[in-house]
Design a protein around this ligand. Structure first.
Ligand SMILES: NC(=O)c1ccc[n+]([C@@H]2O[C@H](COP(=O)([O-])OP(=O)(O)OC[C@H]3O[C@@H](n4cnc5c(N)ncnc54)[C@H](O)[C@@H]3O)[C@@H](O)[C@H]2O)c1
Ligand SMILES: [Zn+2]
Length: 363
């Protein structure tokens, strides 16, 4: 078992991320130790409900816990107010109280939605993350950013609400579709390229052989990515500066997701975002040609996309880019790679400059 302690300035909000193969099996016993007497609400999506949710509910009931299960259709399209409202109604009908606990069991969508419901219902109840995608295990379950999308852009409605604990079980990745596994790898490439040259070199070396079957290799990767993210969140919980290093690839990535009406998955969009932003970084003299080549080669070896798909609505891309939380009028603020393992924050680029990049983005 491995543990990472995320120590926040406000001590009571600190929490532990536990990573252990088979942890999901032990969860009911852990819950019974810590949360007996509270009403537990497992929130998940329709896929994860069938794979793990139902079983978790039964095992929680078996150990005498007062647990119920709520679920919604899987996918980014559920990250909206309709889902939030339906969950809030179900919780209120089932007599949620201030001392109830929400268990977010699923990928990044479940985590963001369940976390936002936890942040808002009765002005905030406690919740824990049990992430079941690689992306959620290494990224979205850590740091307390929760929220939903708006037609004007991704993640524009939300809150900071830290979980009380995160339980990561790499064994659940065995059922994850290969494409979803790759999506998670793109966030690991991001965090490595942004913060840890050694981790990047190891990814680069192992990319062709990386698989879910290699449990020890996977455990090491997840642990290091979690450690890196937790260290950043500990220093800048509310993203007033340093935490924005984690936005590498995301400024372009978020706009691509919205411009393709979410046909592009988050991880794919981030991968293309890293590729396009690396091109921008090279033009700005922040990244060398060799470094950019290494980044593109690693993404490609991991079977991640690096080219922008044909966009029917380029105008939508720029509308979303300008609605980004990081934009200032016609200037977009980027967190940009400044070498492998180094990031420059608050790099300002005009939308005209970005448009030029797209004219020949598939060079
Ligand atoms: N809050 C944050 O800090 C943060 C960070 C990164 C990404 N995100 C958000 O995360 C979301 C993307 O998350 P995601 O990629 O996990 O997508 P997702 O939650 O949609 O999960 C992907 C698919 O995998 C299925 N699934 C989940 N676990 C499974 C398992 N173990 N076996 C089989 N199928 C499984 C889901 O049902 C879904 O169909 C985006 O909305 C993104 O904005 C948030
Ligand atoms: Zn992301």
């Amino acid at each position: 078992m491995k543990q990472v302690h995320l120590r926040l300035r406000e001590r009571p909000r600190s929490y532990t991320i536990t990573i252990q193969s088979g942890l999901l099996e032990d969860l009911p016993a852990l819950m019974a130790k810590k949360w007996r007497g509270c009403a537990l609400f497992i929130v998940t999506d329709e896929n994860v409900e069938k794979l793990y949710g139902r079983n978790l509910l039964l095992r929680c009931i078996d150990v005498g816990l007062n647990a119920s299960l709520l679920f919604f259709p899987a996918g980014e399209r559920s990250k909206n107010f309709k889902t939030i409202h339906a969950l809030q109604t179900a919780l209120l009908e089932n007599r949620v109280r201030r001392d109830s606990l929400i268990i977010a069991l699923g990928g990044g969508v479940v985590g963001d939605v369940a976390g936002f419901v936890a942040a808002t219902i009765l002005r905030g109840v406690k919740y824990i993350h049990v992430p079941t995608t690689l992306l959620a295990q290494v990224d979205s379950s850590i740091g307390g950013k929760v929220g939903i999308d708006h037609p004007l852009g991704k993640n524009l409605i939300g809150a900071f609400h830290q979980p009380s604990a995160v339980y990561v079980d790499p064994l659940v990745l065995k059922t994850l579709p290969a494409m979803e596994f790759r999506n998670g790898l793109s966030e690991i490439v991001k965090i490595a390229a942004a913060l840890d040259g050694r981790l990047f070199s190891s990814l680069e070396k192992n990319a062709p052989s990386l698989s879910r079957e290699n449990a020890s290799q996977l455990m090491k990767l997840i642990y290091r990515a979690v450690e890196l993210k937790a260290a950043i969140v500990a220093k800048d919980e509310l993203e007033s500066g340093l935490r924005s290093v984690l936005n590498v690839g995301h400024t372009i990535g978020h706009a691509l997701e919205a411009a393709t009406s979410y046909k592009l998955k988050h991880g794919e969009a981030v991968s293309i975002g890293i590729a396009i932003e690396s091109r921008l970084a090279q033009r700005l003299g922040l990244l060398s040609h060799h470094e950019r080549t290494r980044i593109l080669a690693t993404l490609t070896a991991l079977k991640l996309p690096i080219r922008v798909p044909p966009l029917k609505r380029m105008s939508k891309f720029f509308t979303v880019l300008s609605a980004d939380k990081k934009s200032l009028g016609s200037t977009i603020r980027f967190s940009m790679l400044a070498g492998i393992g180094r990031t420059a924050i608050d790099v300002r680029v005009s939308t005209d400059h970005i448009a030029q990049l797209f004219d020949n983005s598939n060079d």
